[in-house]
Ligand binder design. Sequence first.
Ligand code: GLA
Length: 549
Amino acid sequence: MGTALSLLASLGAAGLAGLGAQLAVAPPAAAVEDGLALTPPMGFNNWNSTNCRSEFNEEMVKGIADLFVSKGLKEAGYQYVNIDDCWAKSARDGNGNLVPDPVRFPHGIKALADYVHARGLKFGLYTSAGTKTCARNGFPGALGHEQQDARLFASWGVDYLKYDNCNNQGVDARARYRKMRDALRDTGRPIVFSVCEWGENKPWEWAADVGHLWRTTGDITDKWASMLSITKKNQALAEYAGPGHWNDPDMLEVGNGGMTATEYRSHFSLWSVMAAPLLIGTDLRKASAETFDILTNRDVIAVDQDPLGKQGTVVSSEGGRTVYSKPLANGDRAVVLFNETKEPATVTTSARAIGLPEASSYALRDLWSKEGSTSQGTISASVPSHGVVMYRVARDGGLGTPPAGTSELSALVPTSVTNGWGPVETDTSNGERAPGDGGPITIQGASYPRGLGVHAPSEVTYHLGGRCSRLTVDVGIDDESSTRGTAVFRVLRDSTKVADSGLLTTDDPAERLTADLSGGSVLRLVVTDGGDGRTSDHADWAAPRITCA
Ligand code: GLA
């Protein structure tokens, strides 16, 4: 039994459950593979602060772009300066083109995008997948004009499109959003595509290969109750999110005045632990120092932007006290202790419950107070009413990076594990259901002493810390597969595919994969079903070895 498995076994049942969605979870979703939005988009959108009022204009947007640079927001990761509804004139021109409102945007949209780009930022625009947008009376929408509008947006230098759902004439949502996805793709310009149909057609089930993010709920308002109810809907959808395809619980209200600073810290922490897009929704020209402090908390942003790209999940929830945990690329966990009640409360969990392996002690860092502490395993804090305490928790000594030289991957501890059937086995095949029930890893009669026995759909990730250069591994369907198994093996360095087996069946001998891991933070070993939808996809990563500096 290898180190990793003995460790998983030593966690016991509670620990295994605590490893989050470790066993029998949804397959890794097929996503738009264009390298965009590998972490949740960060930026600004005017809607929450201005709606369609006249202060939404060129001067405002330029002012925001300037503040992104001068106030360190760009440096903190904010990139997209996006404008929402009401930017256009109420009618198209004689050629059927959209026309910018000449009062709000006297120099047009292209000049504004140029201004934003000149500051090293990106520019986003809005329209609706309907005949008109959502504003009262509405402005022309893109339904039936997808190609023409996409081409116009690309010619203006648009980098991000929010595509709303009003006045859709009852046309099927998937068809409408796919049409615009294709039109954007045809322009050849990389454009982040934000699906905004308010969760009405369960976009988490179909939009992973349509948009880079999809709204999961109706519009947020600047009220505690709104923020809370959106959190509860969005938190249930964690399994659907990942690099390039995010749940979007709507834009931030931080700084708009309808909640207390404590509540805004909760809002920002919850969005980050849920790997939500962080789109600032307040007019930064009027924002307080406290608002800037919240929006630029680097430690909280790092949780949101962690390259592993997992949305945090609810570990426990009782009497208005909820604990969230998010696995991070280096093996740490982010944890949010949230108190939604009207009184201060003690919220408690444990290192084991949030999914950390057994250790003699744990290092905790409070991401708001910046205080450090250590614990034998209990994670507990007194949390103010409507507040959070947010920690980054590391196993003492951390998981660290793999040792220098060439290592057997099966001797290392994975940072996260999902598997279609039973546990991932270390140095044996998958077996049928219980830990340790597999046999020697065997592909077409060739046996291997080391490796991972998995079952499609599966994803096993390891921390690389940018120090590893190469992976070699033999992949194939294990001979124990009782009926004909089929699978595709893919190796990802962060979100870049670096090796792909193509379709393998029980009849194929092992295939040698080699992958360049240079500079990568995370190694992901992904196995998907071969497409026949049948089971018995007992898949082996045989003799996997990595070389690190
Ligand atoms: C809808 C969207 C909002 C905003 C408005 C603009 O309500 O969900 O986010 O874009 O339209 O009219």
